[in-house]
Design a protein. Structure first.
Length: 199
């Protein structure tokens, strides 16, 4: 384990100890300690089965980390971003699909939030958030600021495919043989790890 990995492990252990201390528990040492913390935080419930034996059941819906743990601001920011991405990631993929309806990649589409909402089976708010997610990656741009753009207002959404290919892992469905087709970002693999060309 190198110094960076050791520092990350130490940071995670310190965070876990802080979460445990919030519930008056000692630093986590075992799996049982982790379960005790999750029960104390109401992330997991202990419910007796028909035989009287306690069984573990996750809370439904699961609480947000910020609702049960004392997150530092950096942690809270990361959690908010993760929840944002999880909420609108699928919608963003459906918008990306609009750029190659006929198999060819288009660098730009003319659309509106209302049109995008219909394409993702959502509403203009969902479409706005999905476009925001695309813009955050840096490979998509818009001709107009979408922050307060009226849903009916037409704008151009552009994709820089060179940057897209250099930064994203893309899934292209399954082959006839049942294998998943995946394109890795440029430079993702170490040259020594790249598969040798077939003769």
């Amino acid at each position: 384990m190198d110094e960076d990995e050791q520092a990350e492990v130490s940071r995670q252990m310190a965070d876990a100890a802080r979460y445990a201390a919030h519930y008056g528990l000692p630093p986590l040492q075992t799996n049982d300690d982790v379960i005790t913390l999750l029960v104390a935080a109401d992330v997991i419930h202990e419910i007796p089965g028909g035989d009287g034996v306690l069984r573990l059941h996750p809370a439904h819906p699961l609480p947000a980390p910020a609702d049960v743990f004392p997150l530092a601001e950096e942690e809270a920011t990361i959690q908010r971003q993760m929840r944002f991405e999880a909420a609108y990631e699928d919608d963003s993929y459906r918008i990306i699909d609009l750029f190659h309806p006929d198999g060819d990649r288009h660098s730009e589409i003319t659309t509106s939030l209302e049109r995008l909402a219909r394409a993702i089976d959502g509403d203009p708010h969902d479409a706005r958030q999905a476009v925001r997610l695309l813009l955050n990656e840096g490979d998509f741009t818009t001709s107009l600021d979408i922050t307060d753009l009226p849903p009916h207002k037409v704008f151009r959404l552009r994709c820089d495919w060179t940057q897209f290919d250099a930064t994203r892992i893309c899934f292209h469905g399954m082959t006839d043989e049942g294998h998943m087709q995946v394109t890795f970002p440029t430079g993702f693999l170490d040259p020594e790890d790249e598969p040798a060309p077939r003769e």
